[in-house]
Structures are given as C-alpha cells and as structure tokens.
Design a protein. Structure first.
Length: 318
C-alpha cells in the first residue's frame, strides 16, 4: 500500500472518531443543551452559549423550552455581547410565538427600555408598558411600569397626558417608592404647561412629605423658579439663598441670585426721586368760586339791632 493511501485512510479514521466522540459528548436532551449553555455562560464564553441555544432551537422545533431558549439567547446578546439588533430579533420572535410565556414579560420590559432610551420611540415604549400593565396587574414592578408610561409622555412632549398618568400612579399605588419621584415629575409637567401655581403647590407638598429626601434641594430650587415666574422676587431670593449650599449645581443658584439682585438694582435706579417740599395747587371750579364769593358778600352786610346797623372788624355785624 502506497504511503499516500495509508495517510488517506488514517485521516478518514480520525474523522470517524471525531464524529463518534462528538455524538457521544454532545447534548442529547433539552436539559443537556441548557446545562451546556449555562456552563459556557459561567465561563464567559458568551458567543458559544448563544450558539448552543440556537442549536437547540434547530434540533427541537417542537421543544417545550423554546421560549426559555429565545429569552436566554436574546438576554446574552443584549447585555453580554451588546449585539442589540440580534437580541431584538430573538425577543420579537419570543413575543410573537409565545405571547403568554413568563419570559415574554421580561422580554417586553427590555424592549420598552430599548425603545425609550435608545431609539427615543416613546410611543412604542408606552405600548409595551401598557401591555405589561394590562396582562400583569399584580406584577411586582407594576408601579414602575405606570411611572414609565408617564415619563414617556412627558419626554414625548405631551405633559397633559403625563399629568393624568402620574395621578393614576398616586391614586393606585400610594405606598410606592416612586411617589416622591412622581411629585417631582408632576411639578415639572405643570411648569411645562405654564401652570405655575399648581407646580409650586406640588413641590411644596413633596418637601413637606419627604423632608429628608436627597431630592429636596432640587425641589426647593424649582420652588424658587416658580416664585420667580410669579414675580414674587423677594420670596424667590429667600429660597435661593436657603438652598445655595445644598443644591448640587451651586453655579445655577448663584446665577439666579445675581439675576434677582440685578433686577432689584435696576428698579431702584429707574425710580424717580420724590420732592417733599412741593405741594400742587388745587384748582377750583367756577361753582366753588361762586359759593366762596357769596359767603364773603354775606359777611360784609351790617347787622341791624333795634333799628341800628353795626359793622365789625371781621366784616360781620356786631
């Protein structure tokens, strides 16, 4: 046998061995695929983990864990590999094929955040959050979904709808940890609408309800903005001076204080001095002059007593 033929037979044998070993070591069941993918993920071999999930989807077209595989694949692509486009494909397929899976809720929450923060497609984000609110009214994050709906409307330039959604949050979930942030967003929405009185009321109530909040300096600064808009400059100045050392953006507070002080100086400079020695003459009407002349004429007439007429020094008879 020639050397070339021996080498060919040897290579063929090695390939057969590789196939046998691969078949023996490769995953056989659905659980085997997930165990292998999880092990690869723990070793930070993320791309191989994704391929394992994809192989499972091909090998088990009617598998009972397809929703889980789609979600794990999409999650790994989205967070670990930063391949957002491919991840969205897996999430979208999951939503379409398994609309009521427990993994669908998680996928739609990720999709909502992607639409909101990266695409700035607030309407699509709202649709995802509203679906979650409708399908999972007892979800542990239901208050957050409601809050995000309101924020999306505010960022989309629809403050009226944002006000409505924030009020829904406050009424339905009064014990939510997001209530404090909701007050801040509500006041901001009122300011955008030009409803300064309502905004000031909301900010003041928030400070009253959450006196130790780390958001308090920011809320007080906004209170000063409201008072300034209402031309209550003295009160605004007092608020700014009080929050100056506590607000994170000190330069912004100093700028406001400087503006109010400049406004005050300008008003004082434009004021006209008062001449306290000047007394304007009161012009008398012809009617008043006639009555005065009549009184003087009466005083000049002599007074008659026992047939005798008398005239006093002041013009009256006596």
């Amino acid at each position: 046998m020639s050397p070339a033929r021996k080498i060919s037979r040897l290579l063929t044998a090695l390939c057969l061995v590789a196939v046998v070993v691969s078949s023996a070591c490769g995953p056989k069941s659905e659980e085997d695929y997930f165990n292998r993918a999880n092990a690869l993920f723990e070793k930070e071999r993320f791309q191989e983990a994704v391929l394992t999930y994809q192989h499972y989807l091909v090998d088990f077209p009617n598998g009972t864990m397809r929703d889980r595989a789609l979600f794990r694949s999409g999650e790994t692509l989205y967070y670990a590999l930063d391949q957002r486009g491919t991840a969205l494909r897996d999430f979208t397929l999951l939503v379409q094929k398994h609309p009521f899976s427990q993994y669908t809720a998680q996928a739609r929450e990720i999709l909502a955040g992607f639409f909101r923060d990266e695409l700035h497609d607030y309407q699509r984000a709202v649709l995802e959050y509203e679906w979650l609110l409708k399908q999972y009214p007892k979800h542990p994050k239901v208050d957050e979904f409601q809050f995000q709906v309101a924020r999306c409307y505010l960022q989309a330039g629809r403050p009226e709808r944002a006000v409505k959604e924030l009020k829904v949050l406050m009424e339905r979930y009064p014990d939510s940890e997001l209530i404090e942030r909701a007050y801040n967003e509500l006041g901001s929405a009122y300011m955008t609408l030009g409803w300064i009185d309502q905004a000031l009321t909301v900010f003041r109530r928030s400070v009253f309800l959450f006196p130790e909040s780390p958001m308090r300096p920011a809320l007080e600064f906004k209170m000063g903005n409201c008072l300034e808009e209402m031309q209550r400059y003295k009160e605004a100045l007092a608020v700014y001076q009080n929050v100056l050392d506590r607000y994170e953006n000190r330069a912004a507070v100093e700028l406001r204080i400087e503006g109010l002080n400049n406004r005050r100086s300008q008003r004082l400079a434009e004021a006209q001095p008062v001449d306290y020695g000047y007394r304007p003459k009161v012009k008398k009407s012809k009617r008043d002059s006639g009555k005065q002349a009549e009184k003087i004429e009466k005083r000049k007439k002599p007074v008659e007593v026992d047939g005798l007429k008398y005239q006093t020094k002041d013009g009256q008879g006596g």
